[in-house]
Design a protein around this ligand. Sequence first.
Ligand SMILES: [Zn+2]
Length: 390
Amino acid sequence: MIDYSLNYENIDSLVRNHFSLDEKSQEEFSVKIKKGTSVDEEIINRLDENFRIERNLSILDLEELDISWKLFKYYFGEYCFDKQITYSEFLLNSRVNQKNISKLTKDVRQYYSSGGTAYTLKNNEYDLEMQLTKINNLRLPRKKLKIVLSFNLSDMFMCSSGQDWTSCLNLESEYFGCYWLGLASLPFDRNRCMVYIAPQNPKEPMNVFDVQTERMFRRTFGLLDENDNINILKWYPIGFESDFYIPVLNRLFSSFAFQEISEDFVAKHEPKLPTLKRAKRGEKISFYIYQDKTYLNENHEIKFSFEKGNQSFNEFNVENFGPFVTCQGGLKRIKSLGSEVVNYIGKHITCCGCEERIHEEDVMYYDDCPYCSRCYEDVVCEEEDEEASW
Ligand SMILES: [Zn+2]
């Protein structure tokens, strides 16, 4: 069992020591993280004492959401039909064949090599071994599994850490772009929840920077809309994108309604943006968590009711790509040096062409004006055209 109150304390000190929130934002962060959630009372009433709901996944639930099974039936449809293959047989990778128990994969190989009609060639994916490998890679582990709906800030803070897959929100990521900084904005987003699949009986919680987390085989964020529906964003690890989950979620968590996020999405609460301590240059920088499928807009005309902050994290919209805090070695290094984020704020320069902010390392100069690579090419091409037309 995760010790949540210990987690709240340890996340708070991790952020306080290394994330460089300004005084006001840190104060608000601390209050929210110690409470454990930022969601409203009306939602809290539907959750357990840790702001979660846990449900065990039955074999029927798994059959419905398991992408590897869907793919197996798609690739080997004729075999499945012919041999009346059940999901249990698929899960256990074995089938009772008259008296003998044989491995399912072995049986598939045999079926297609000895007289069974060749499987159809779809999307050029006709290599049997390649198909079996792909299915194998998509399989859920053969364990008793549960699915968790969580509005718990500690669960969300640890959304990508300590797993055997990674994302830009992994606290241990050594990638130079410090996207994990965005995690400190979670308490300021009152719309957010997470859904994940984990073992029913975990041994010991895992530990990353003294914060405990569960094993998550799949996870996605969800966002509340004006009608309190939960809009599902994107499943991680990458490659497990699926809408097969929606009916299962609606059935298991019946006090909520789930849907895939769509263009019509408007968040229930407008997110507030935390701000960082002022860096040497004196810029006031607000930031936000990396946005999958949503973005914070600059004007109020666009559907998503997120607001862009001053000198923001640049992850609010895809055109403004790239983190402003950069450190090779990430939080691991910053922590080992006893340092903090404010010392790693990259210098950003505005492009003379499109007026987007670009990291100083990516700037290209032409006639002493800074340009992003795209605008630079345009300017140089124009110049060459002019010369050519002389
Ligand atoms: Zn530009």
